[in-house]
Write a protein that binds this ligand. Structure first.
Ligand SMILES: Nc1ncnc2c1ncn2[C@@H]1O[C@H](COP(=O)(O)OP(=O)(O)OP(=O)(O)O)[C@@H](O)[C@H]1O
Ligand SMILES: [Mg+2]
Length: 303
């Protein structure tokens, strides 16, 4: 389904936050569509936490608005939030901690126990539910943090750097949980690692120095780069095989049997293959160098 077809859950309009004269977030506007998983990307100090805190209702905006679909007043009950550095009380057991979170989020007593059971199982902490949090590994703590964020079945789950502090195994586990959670709720998470975003999200927002530099689908980000280069080397001459036109912007003859083609964005490299086959060319080397997401991300950050 195209993201454009989905119902809008949150509308953020010209959101800004100023600290002592400096803008931490400036004129940020975007929509969160129901059922999507969005990554908020950006380097340290870009304004990710500030944006997420305003969305979670933990920080007042200096300017702009956040409109949570048809909720006029307090939308915080519809949100689950995992802070960048969650404060988990080490002296409590996982079960005690979640019980208190359940009370704070006004989870009805009648189904609190069953919900706790379900969530502990989901995050893989069922067997350690009676263990003190102080003895948990970083990955276990992060999974407990996720458990408290989803306990009250929020419509929108906001996670601030959920995997940044984890080792590769913990990272994979938490990303896997996010992948499961996004089937049930809308997810917005921040990260400064593009690879995390690539694994689970549909849409990316890129912040730099408080300003939104990109808002769109991952594929759009990749294809937003202007050009693609195709390098071809054959056993025989390549003279007059490729000309400019029909998507080919420039033909550079590196050698008699080697060319570098500069092509338009969205160009189908198979067309070159077809040409070579038609001419019966013996291909030694063919490299269509598609833009990686990482390159596209860095390009956006350089703007
Ligand atoms: N309470 C505060 N008082 C003053 N300035 C602040 C405050 N909180 C954040 N800032 C500033 O706002 C800017 C954005 O900070 P923020 O924590 O939102 O960035 P971030 O993208 O989450 O960074 P990181 O990747 O390091 O977590 C930074 O320049 C930061 O110094
Ligand atoms: Mg942050």
């Amino acid at each position: 389904m195209q993201s454009g077809e989905r119902e809008v859950l949150v509308n953020v309009d010209q959101l800004s936050k100023r600290y002592q004269g400096d803008w931490a977030v400036k004129d940020v506007s975007f929509k969160i569509q129901h059922g999507t998983c969005i990554a908020l990307l950006g380097p340290n100090g870009a304004g990710k936490t500030t944006t997420l805190h305003m969305l979670a209702g933990l920080l007042d905006e200096s300017q702009g608005t956040i409109h949570f679909h048809n909720k006029q007043n307090d939308f915080r009950k519809s949100i689950g939030f995992l802070p960048q550095q969650p404060q988990l009380f080490g002296w409590m057991t996982a079960e005690e901690f979640l019980n208190i979170c359940g009370q704070l989020s006004e989870l009805p007593k009648a189904n609190r126990e069953a919900r706790l059971e379900e969530v502990l199982k989901f995050v893989g902490l069922k067997d350690v539910r009676k263990k003190k949090i102080a003895g948990f590994s970083g990955g276990m703590k992060q999974r407990l943090g996720l458990a408290q964020a989803i306990l009250h079945e929020p419509e929108l789950l906001i996670l601030d750097e959920p995997v940044s502090a984890l080792d590769p195994t913990g990272r994979r586990e938490v990303l896997e949980l996010i992948r499961e959670m996004k089937k049930k709720m809308t997810v917005l998470f921040s990260t400064h690692i593009l690879h995390d975003a690539e694994q689970v999200c549909d849409q990316v927002l890129i912040l730099k120095k408080g300003e939104l530099k990109w808002n769109g689908e991952l594929e759009q980000l990749r294809s937003s780069m202007e050009e693609l280069t195709i390098q071809i080397k054959t056993k025989t001459t390549l003279k007059n095989v490729f000309q400019t036109g029909e998507g080919i912007l420039h033909v550079k003859e590196v050698a008699d049997n080697e060319v570098l083609l500069q092509v338009e964005k969205g160009y189908d490299a198979n067309l070159c293959w077809r040409r070579l086959l038609e001419k019966g060319m013996d291909v030694e080397y063919f490299n269509a160098n598609p833009v990686t997401l990482e390159q596209a991300y860095l390009e956006v950050l350089q703007k």
